[in-house]
Write a protein that binds this ligand. Structure first.
Ligand SMILES: Cc1cc2nc3c(=O)[nH]c(=O)nc-3n(C[C@H](O)[C@H](O)[C@H](O)COP(=O)(O)OP(=O)(O)OC[C@H]3O[C@@H](n4cnc5c(N)ncnc54)[C@H](O)[C@@H]3O)c2cc1C
Length: 344
């Protein structure tokens, strides 16, 4: 029998985030397919009662909780102690957790403490021949592998955007509080630093990924580059559409070459073989020709559209669902005008 444990931490407002709800629905599905299995939920946070109530009807057999001020924020020592204790209290053989900076950092060490195994960057959970199986991508998202393990406990970190978020009703749950023996804590979390909201261009939960290519900074029909206007058009679109911003490698590399650049771009925006492979329902690429951003970076984008002056660009070779052969400056000027009119 597989004893499953879904591990989740609360967000700053005390609720469970989308990633945690996605991991919950994946864990529930898996438990339903494994004969005789039982699913428990293990919650970590300052106070997890409202998070437990939020998922009261998920069908978990037990709601285990590690609570207290020490568990409000991400810190390896307290997170590892909390999750190790929860895994033992649940008698968990299979531990499923949403992949995020907090669990990605703590859980590999917990697997070591438990004498178990861990798999990160998992994109799917299924049952194969009566055993739990996972899928993940290899070689920069070019090959997908399915694997099972006999070793237990087995910790699985599920990437975001790979399962529907659980959306059942709330209720009142009686949580089992599990005491944790904390080691001496040497790290004090004094706060978080993040850029102001209007500089935040990477939004993993956005419905749309907008990819900018190096064409935005190249000489245009009038023989001049128009980087300043490009910046203004892109930022205005991002603000209106609340889209996430991706970039090609060429565009983010330009800053190192002293060329006209889009100042808000960094290598964190880069998609592709040596960048990220985000998951958004829709994508719009502009002034972008390269192979890597399309084939690899856009692998998990649902509906793909592109704007390029060149009808023979790589997008035209079957990568985009729709290719607009047009000047991206003119297109985005008009799109922004329409969006502003709609929002006003
Ligand atoms: C090992 C390796 C790994 C790599 N990894 C990555 C990676 O992870 N991510 C990545 O992005 N690249 C990667 N590259 C680089 C990649 O191969 C391409 O060189 C790069 O993506 C090209 O960037 P681009 O499309 O922005 O620029 P360009 O190739 O210069 O294309 C610019 C495009 O803009 C269009 N354009 C210009 N003006 C306009 C306008 N007004 N309106 C509409 N269209 C316009 C042009 O027609 C052109 O198609 C990698 C390369 C190697 C060798």
């Amino acid at each position: 029998m597989e004893n499953l444990l879904l591990l989740a931490h609360t967000e700053t407002d005390g609720t469970l985030g989308k990633n945690a709800l996605e991991a919950l629905s994946a864990a529930k599905n898996l438990a339903a397919g494994l004969a005789g299995s039982q699913l428990s939920v293990g919650l970590v946070g300052a106070d997890v009662q409202s998070a437990a109530n939020q998922i009261a009807t998920c069908g978990a057999a037990r709601f285990l909780a590690v609570m207290g001020a020490e568990f409000a924020q991400s810190r390896y020592a307290s997170d590892a102690a909390a999750t190790e204790t929860l895994a033992k209290a649940a008698g968990a053989r299979l531990i499923i957790a949403p992949a995020g900076s907090r669990w990605n950092r703590a859980l590999p060490g917990v697997a070591q403490r438990l004498g178990g195994r861990v798999d990160t960057h998992v994109t799917g959970l299924a049952v194969a021949a009566g055993m739990p199986a996972i899928t993940r991508w290899y070689y920069r998202q070019r090959m997908e592998g399915t694997l099972t393990r006999t070793a237990r406990p087995w910790i699985v970190l599920l990437e975001s955007g790979c399962a529907p978020a659980w959306s059942g009703g709330a209720g009142a749950v009686s949580v089992e509080k599990i005491p944790v023996a904390l080691p001496p804590l040497r790290t004090t979390v004094t706060g978080l630093k993040s850029p102001p909201a209007d500089e935040q261009t990477i939004r993993p939960d956005a419905k749309l990924l907008f990819v900018a290519g190096a064409g935005w900074t190249k000489k245009q029909a009038d023989g001049q580059a128009h980087a300043a206007e490009a910046e203004q058009l892109i930022l205005e679109f991002l603000r209106h559409a609340q889209a996430s911003l991706g970039s090609t490698k060429s565009l983010v590399d330009l800053s190192g070459e002293g060329q006209a650049v889009l100042k808000f771009m960094s290598h964190l925006n880069q998609v592709g073989q040596t960048g990220s492979t985000p998951r958004h329902p829709k994508g719009l690429a502009t002034c972008c020709h390269g192979e890597e951003p399309h084939t690899v970076g856009w692998r998990f984008i649902g509906e793909r559209r592109a704007v390029n002056l060149n009808a023979a660009c790589s997008w035209a070779q079957g990568k985009a669902d729709v290719l607009y052969v047009a000047d991206a400056f003119a297109v985005m000027r008009e799109v922004n005008r329409l969006l502003a009119a709609r929002l006003s």
